[in-house]
Ligand binder design. Structure first.
Ligand code: SF4
Length: 281
């Protein structure tokens, strides 16, 4: 470890989220982590990418946060589960980085997306960074599993132009099996966003034999359509790009033999959502 590895960074280097990253904040004292979570003046970022066209509208700058309480069986970034795997970045440093890209992002009808990990594990940092982005005229989006949505006040929600909510499967037991957590808080957050008419996309990962049950898809589609604020549903085909991370981390990976869904299966899933009048891709 170099001496400055424990210090917060003032600049972010573009790096792929698919690379394994561990212990980037080794040496940061627990008291500093606690303070960062309380104040949001420092965040923990796994990686930072520019030019994404798949993480919200237009061309996006994306910061992938560290920390997630869930343990999805198909997670392709299990190295984001622990906060300490993220590099410490000051709020100012992150905002400066946004400033560099603001003109280009506007020209390309894009914006800034916080993904993860689960960005709402660092809710104060997320809100402060979104507030800074909006003050620069940058469109803001968060990709979240919604479990910690109640941490956001109604005022906080105004700083987020788009919520991309992950709904992983349907039914309490299946959800707990797939993610390790209850589905209730995610659905409550979806209802709250709907009641406040906040723009929302739903992201759903299609895993053959795990999340492709017809009845579940029909129930999920009905729930999403009834919300009334969902602009699109993105059906994301499961892939194996994160498998090597599970191996490297020594975590038992149970989806070893599962192939990505054929396009006909993805199209079939989309049809359940379209049948309810939703746009699905
Ligand atoms: S919510 Fe996202 S980051 Fe967290 S375990 Fe699931 S897939 Fe991974």
């Amino acid at each position: 470890m170099t001496p400055d590895q424990s210090l917060p960074r003032d600049a972010l280097e573009g790096k792929s989220p698919f690379e394994l990253r561990l212990d980037q904040s080794r040496g940061v004292p627990d008291s500093a982590v606690k303070k960062a979570l309380e104040t949001g003046d420092m965040g923990f970022i796994h990686s930072f990418t520019t030019g994404s066209t798949v993480d919200g509208p237009g061309v996006r700058l994306v910061a992938w946060t560290a920390g997630c309480q869930w343990r999805c069986l198909y997670c392709h970034n299990p190295d984001t589960w622990h906060l300490t795997n993220g590099m410490p970045v000051t709020l100012e440093g992150a905002a400066d980085e946004l400033r560099k890209y603001r003109h280009g992002l506007k020209l390309m009808s894009g914006g800034f997306t916080l993904s993860g990990g689960e960005p709402l594990m660092q809710d104060r940092f997320a809100v402060k960074l979104f507030t800074a982005a909006k003050a620069m005229g940058i469109h803001t989006a968060v990709e979240s599993n919604g479990f910690l949505g109640e941490r956001l006040t109604d005022e906080d929600l105004e700083e987020i132009d788009l919520v991309m909510l992950g709904i992983k499967t349907w039914g309490p037991e299946k959800h707990r099996h797939l993610t390790g957590k209850d589905i209730g808080p995610t659905l409550d957050f979806a209802r709250r966003l709907a009641a406040r008419r906040r723009p929302m996309w739903v992201r759903f990962v299609l895993v053959p034999g795990l999340t492709d049950d017809a009845e579940d898809l029909a129930h999920m589609a009905k729930f999403i359509a009834d919300l009334g604020n969902v602009e699109r549903v993105e059906v994301l085909p499961f892939h194996q790009m994160g498998r090597y991370k599970w191996k490297e981390l020594g975590i038992n990976y149970t989806l070893e033999g599962i192939e990505p869904p054929p396009s006909a299966l993805t199209e079939r899933a989309c049809r359940f959502f379209r049948a309810e009048g939703l746009k699905a891709y």
